[in-house]
Ligand binder design. Sequence first.
Ligand code: F6P
Length: 367
Amino acid sequence: MRIRRIGVLTGGGDAPGLNPALKAIVYRATAHDVEVMGLPDGWHGLLDAGIDEVVRLEDYQVRRWDRDGGTNLGSSRTNPFCVTVPGETRAHDRSDEVRTNIVRLGLDAVIALGGEDTLGVAHRLSEKGCPVVGIPKTIDKDLSHTDYTLGFDTALRNCTSVIEQARTPAGSHHWVQVVEVMGRHAGHLALWSAVAGGATLVLIPEYPFAYERVYELLTQRLTRGKQDRRYPRYAVIVAAEGAHADEEGVVTLDASRDAFGHERLGGIGSQLARRIRRDTPFDSRELVIGHSQRGGSPSALDRIMGRMFGSAAVEAVRRGDWGQMVSAQGIGPTCQLRMVPLSQAVSGLNTVDLECVYDTDRYTAKV
Ligand code: F6P
């Protein structure tokens, strides 16, 4: 079938690398005489968007998008299989409307850029016969069957810079500085940024920790040669927001859940800093990097991977690889790109393999 028009959407948390990918999609599609329609705010763009909100993207409009962070299409956590109406408790399955709107907009295919939730919807829609192709995106780098997900490298850059900057006040005041970074189920971002930023300890969701062991490691570091200036008198702990003590659950901001059933995580950093002040002789401070870790212009790697993923997705559409996701084996311009079924990509998460963590005893608080 000759592809004439495709729709593109970005769903879930924004991530640097999305705009470079969108630019590549538009350039590659235009080269094949295929029109690209930008759908606003994730799956919302195929449910409730007004016709004037769906815009044709042309080369000249996206020429500078490779420099932009976030997503110029907007994003949301809309789940067409579970839509709630204010004032109603019952959720509605509106996925048939997505299918109808794909036809109404004259789209021969949809390229969805997202993480486990957005691509989970893409997978379910493809099972219903929708022509969908996926591109992996999440700063958590927790999608299976791909070595890279857009946004990770820029978030790593951002977090590393904050952790490094946190060392000077902590060193001057002899604090235990706790830095909370994102990472719901996977600790890749926390682990990589902790190592790159020179942190003392890292706590990740895959490895429930014991407070007593954290205190013990802090004591070992901070009481060594107390008056000897050759020894550091501060510590930096990086905690992923999904990290939790082995006898406790994750710390949440409130009781709300999004359309995919996820709790709003946050607070492990301040809880840990409070307990260190309460249970040890050490003074402690907390710092939550928050959404700015997803901010700023894309790193070199996110530009490269965005460009490669975007071009590969258009070729996948031209081949009719429905229900598949572009996946990277290796990272960078010489990596291998292949297609994997969305069913596999969303079947389980890619979490940190503890057996492979460098210097595990030093960087994690083992019970
Ligand atoms: O999925 C990416 C992510 O950044 C997670 O690490 C984090 O738990 C979540 O998004 C934050 O969600 P929100 O942007 O809705 O606050």
